[in-house]
Design a protein around this ligand. Structure first.
Ligand code: ADP
Ligand code: ADP
Ligand code: ZN
Length: 217
């Protein structure tokens, strides 16, 4: 079974590529950001606890996100895309242990490289479908009919509370301080592959497909 991590700063295109892999390769997307936003929307005690932290652009505690991923992996299986997880070295260690427990291992860690100037444009133009989760962009990937999701027809298109220039600044600081060390870590384990995240969506998808080619799924 192929299990990959999509690693990259906010707006690098992780969610977009994960959705394509789900559609084209039947993989399973595990996005801690989506799980946390669901918890926030549900108003659960945990959701209430993480809401402010997320809105400030800071990382939620390792304990909470490791718990969320642990629940998903407990069922076993494989074919996972870890999208936005791990974000700290402690999370990376926990993931290795959780995978081992269910007899799975990492196939590759795909680092999506995008420069900071492009990230601002990506983040401030992002909107998603509240019904099916499809990811759009004002300039690079608008819906065919304004206000209507191409995939499911819903008119519930939303912008994230944290997709502002101010929050991006904080999220980038968190990325460089806490998450970017994972690039060196996975280089050392031999799992790291870097792709150019600046190309068009299908060009990035082709690079990722080439990485997965020959890994056997
Ligand atoms: P992006 O699409 O910008 O990369 P995500 O949707 O992955 O952002 O995450 C949104 C927010 O959720 C983060 O800014 C952080 O507050 C929280 N979050 C998501 N995943 C993690 C994680 N693995 N560890 C800690 N916090 C997380
Ligand atoms: P992440 O999950 O890494 O935060 P997303 O997949 O949500 O990133 O993408 C951020 C924004 O950039 C979205 O509005 C998306 O439509 C857009 N986007 C994603 N990949 C590309 C690309 N290769 N070229 C141009 N825009 C892109
Ligand atoms: Zn939709």
């Amino acid at each position: 079974m192929v299990n990959i991590i999509l690693l990259g700063p906010p707006g690098a295109g992780k969610g977009t590529q994960a959705r394509l892999l789900v559609e084209r390769r039947n993989m399973v997307q595990l996005s801690t950001g989506d799980m946390l936003r669901d918890a926030k929307a549900s108003g659960s005690p945990m959701g209430r606890r993480v809401a402010e932290v997320m809105d400030r652009g800071e990382l939620v505690s390792d304990e909470i996100v490791i718990g969320l991923i642990g629940e998903k992996l407990a069922a076993g299986g494989g074919g996972y895309i870890f999208d936005g997880f791990p974000r700290t070295l402690a999370q990376a260690d926990a993931l290795a242990r959780l995978l081992e427990r269910v007899g799975q291992r990492l196939t590759a860690v795909i680092e999506m490289r995008v420069d900071d100037a492009a990230l601002l444009a990506r983040i401030t133009g992002r909107y998603t479908c509240g019904n099916c989760g499809e990811v759009y962009h004002d300039v690079t990937r608008p819906t065919a009919v304004p206000g209507v999701c191409d995939v499911c027809g819903s008119t519930d298109l939303r912008r994230r509370a944290d997709d502002t220039e101010e929050s991006l600044k904080q999220r980038l600081l968190e990325y460089y301080k806490k998450t970017s060390p994972l690039v060196g870590y996975y280089y050392a384990t031999g799992d790291l592959v870097t792709v150019d995240g600046l190309g068009e969506i299908e060009a990035v998808a082709a690079e990722i497909a080439a990485v997965l080619e020959g890994q056997g799924d």
